[in-house]
Design a protein around this ligand. Structure first.
Ligand code: PMP
Length: 406
């Protein structure tokens, strides 16, 4: 495989061509959301200019065409994550909703004495949701600890698994630290105890191949907007035999089979978990994003992102007064840090003045920040359209910040 043609890729992202404060924009907030290539913007525009109509209901041309594009996008997702069947691909509004669908169903099945296991590196979406499912059902939430470097403590994880463990929910990649978890191995351990497993794939999908069959999990949830697609659309993948009788989440149109005043029956997968008019343009946009992403050489993408990470880590380690937060051996996409003696918010402000967009704060992971004993971090997060020059520019700007804040 050749090197990734980053300039050619960048030319497809109009938003990256602008200046901020008279300086070229350097967008390093990709873990929050990624930018959208022209192919995605065009697919959404085409939908609204050519065939906007509701899906699955009209007896007319526009509706047929909208339905065709919408269901084709579902096929794209199934291929992308290597699902066995398109019935396993449920549209959601994002990772958060996907996790809520699963936790809501689980809350109806958990009992006192049952346990749900998460980790110390959860995003609130995969923590609060399970905490509340436990509150509702009387089950107990267990939290697998991490090491100080941000890697999951595998021995502790294993010792927390027991016959009481009914559900395990873990992130593929931590949004706050960049830690890549050995999800296949962790899933296998959980399955040995008979637990169901959900992987929070919000940060996992944009860095290369996801193969849900190979992981062996029961559910994998992700958001379109972190995969170069639009906001407001996401996917919950679940094994067909698990989704088949999963408690329905919302009720209404589209998801039913037969309705009387007394009772109703639910439709078939995937519609039984998709009530109401869906985000049609969003789904089509996400389909286009996946087409675009899959047209790239994904091993070249991974090599490029590894090179960005390696350069960032090397420069961070050599940077006086900078403390890296989270330095697990397997790590991608995220450099979290603090500049000693300064608040992350001030660092973010000074970088913004130099055209560099990062995120600062607790990254929706308050208990993780407490565990690492930091108020929050500054986080630079990289995507395939970032360059090594941009990583260098980050550290030039950080030197200025260090001088100003000293
Ligand atoms: N989990 C992780 C690891 C995330 O990074 C995010 C988004 N920051 C979410 C869940 C929630 O995703 P969304 O807000 O798109 O639903």
């Amino acid at each position: 495989t050749g090197a990734l043609n980053v300039e050619q890729i960048r030319s497809q992202f109009p938003i990256l061509q602008q200046q901020i404060e008279g300086k070229p924009l350097i967008y390093l907030d990709n873990a929050a959301t990624t930018q959208k290539p022209l192919a995605v913007i065009q697919a959404i525009t085409d939908f609204y200019t050519q065939c906007n109509a509701n899906v699955h209901r009209g007896a007319h041309h526009l509706s047929d065409e909208a339905t065709r594009r919408y269901e084709k996008a579902r096929d794209r997702v199934a291929t992308f994550i290597q699902a066995d069947s398109r019935k396993e691909v449920i549209w959601t509004s994002g990772t958060t909703e996907g996790i809520n669908i699963v936790a809501n169903g689980m809350a109806q099945r958990l009992q006192q004495g049952d346990e749900v296991l998460v980790s110390e590196m959860e995003h609130h979406a995969n923590l609060v949701t399970w905490q509340q499912a436990c509150v509702r059902s009387g089950a107990t939430l267990k939290v697998a600890p991490i090491h100080d470097n941000g890697a999951l403590n595998l021995e502790a994880f294993q010792s927390l698994l027991s016959d009481k463990t009914r559900f395990v929910a873990l992130p593929h990649i931590s949004n706050a630290l960049g830690t890549v978890n050995p999800i296949k191995e962790l899933t296998a351990l959980a399955k040995q105890k008979g637990a169901l497993v959900l992987i929070d794939g919000a940060q996992g999908v944009a860095h290369g191949n996801v193969n849900v069959a190979d992981i062996g999990c029961d559910f994998y949830a992700f958001s379109g907007h972190k995969l170069f697609g639009p906001t407001g659309i996401g996917v919950l993948w679940g094994k067909e035999n698990v989704l088949q009788d999963w408690p329905v989440w919302q009720t209404g149109g589209e998801m039913i089979a037969r309705v009387t005043y007394e009772c109703s029956t639910w439709g078939e997968l995937p519609n039984r978990l998709e009530a109401g008019t869906p985000n049609i343009a969003g789904a089509i946009g996400l389909g286009a994003a996946i087409d675009w992403f899959m047209s790239l050489d994904l091993s070249a993408v991974q090599a490029h992102e590894q090179a960005l990470m390696a350069s960032a880590l090397e420069q961070a380690e050599a940077f006086e007064g900078l403390k890296i937060i989270g330095n697990a051996p397997t790590k991608i996409g995220v450099l979290s840090f603090i500049l000693q003696g300064s608040h992350p918010a001030d660092v973010g402000f000074i970088l913004d003045r130099q055209g560099i967009a990062i995120r600062t704060g607790d990254h929706c992971a308050q208990p993780l920040m407490r565990r690492l004993d930091v108020p929050g971090t500054a986080r630079a997060s990289f995507s395939l359209y970032n360059t090594l020059e941009e990583v260098d520019a980050l550290f030039v700007a950080l030197k200025k910040a260090r001088d100003m804040l000293a």
